[in-house]
Design a protein around this ligand. Structure first.
Ligand SMILES: Nc1ncnc2c1ncn2[C@@H]1O[C@H](COP(=O)(O)OP(=O)(O)OP(=O)(O)O)[C@@H](O)[C@H]1O
Length: 247
């Protein structure tokens, strides 16, 4: 039996100022699942995500990625396996060209020459950005930069792709194109989002994190249709949006 892509057990965490952000989170994501992580502002979503690749450590409980415990011992391998796409692509793109940005991670991991070229080409093809390889990232549109940011992570062949608000600042066409790309990827996805229709469109399963605990875990359509549950956790659908449970 293959280990789940992600297994979070009893994760509790207080920031150094004493503020307790997580109170014992349990979450298992099987290989190939796409899961939306929902929850109001301040629920602990970012705190949880920062534990997945060991940026935050030191609380109670633990995280394993594909069976590997997240911790100092395996940090390089964990960082390769957990690809985080941050909300602002400019936090992730810093090289003179798109090609160099996508090559950066694999090159640091020792990939060279023709193999490196192939890895970069493949990653850019997966997000439909191969024609932009020689362009400076800052000459691209925001939506294009987000796709390149996804490619920089895919180039590492991650076990799990973690996306922080992937649809933010995208126009409707870019939003749909990114959804098509994410659906086409054969990778486990954990998507943090306040965009509930996007969660429904992309993720069959959703988890609500609220006040540092998992408050609900189930089919996205059913969760979004549960008005009482949604209201209790300050989640609101856009006006006129009627969720169906077909995701
Ligand atoms: N560096 C920090 N020091 C102390 N408390 C923090 C720190 N970062 C976050 N917190 C607190 O921890 C709690 C969880 O914050 P977190 O950023 O994980 O929430 P979130 O669900 O990602 O929210 P949002 O939807 O607004 O991004 C909040 O109460 C927040 O104020």
């Amino acid at each position: 039996m293959t280990a789940p892509s992600l297994d979070v057990r009893g994760l509790a965490y207080a920031y150094p100022d004493g503020h307790q952000a997580l109170f014992g989170v349990d979450l298992t994501v099987e290989r190939g699942e796409r899961v939306a992580l929902l929850g109001p502002n301040g629920a602990g979503k970012t705190t949880l995500v920062l534990h997945l690749n060991g940026i935050l450590t030191g609380g109670a409980g633990g995280v394993t990625v594909a069976g590997l415990p997240v911790g100092k011992k395996h940090l390089a391998e964990i960082r390769r396996k957990v690809g985080i796409v941050f909300q602002d692509p400019d936090d992730q793109l810093f090289m003179p060209t798109v090609r160099e940005d996508v090559a950066f991670g694999p090159a640091a991991a020792g990939v060279r020459g023709a193999e490196l070229e192939a890895v970069v080409r493949r990653a850019l093809e997966r997000v439909g950005m191969e024609r932009y390889a020689d362009r400076p990232p800052h000459h691209l549109s925001f939506g294009q930069r987000r796709r390149v940011a996804v490619a920089t992570v895919l180039a590492m062949e991650p076990e799990i792709l973690v996306l922080d608000e992937p649809s933010s600042n995208l126009d409707p066409a870019s939003r749909r194109e990114l959804a098509d790309i994410l659906r086409s990827l054969d990778v486990t996805v954990l998507m943090v989002t306040h965009d509930l229709p996007y969660a429904l469109e992309l993720c069959p399963r959703a988890v609500i994190l609220s006040e540092g605990v998992i408050a609900a875990d189930g089919r996205t359509g059913e969760i979004l249709a549960d008005g009482e549950l949604m209201a209790r956790h300050r989640l609101e659908l856009p006006f006129g949006f009627v969720p169906s449970s077909v995701a």
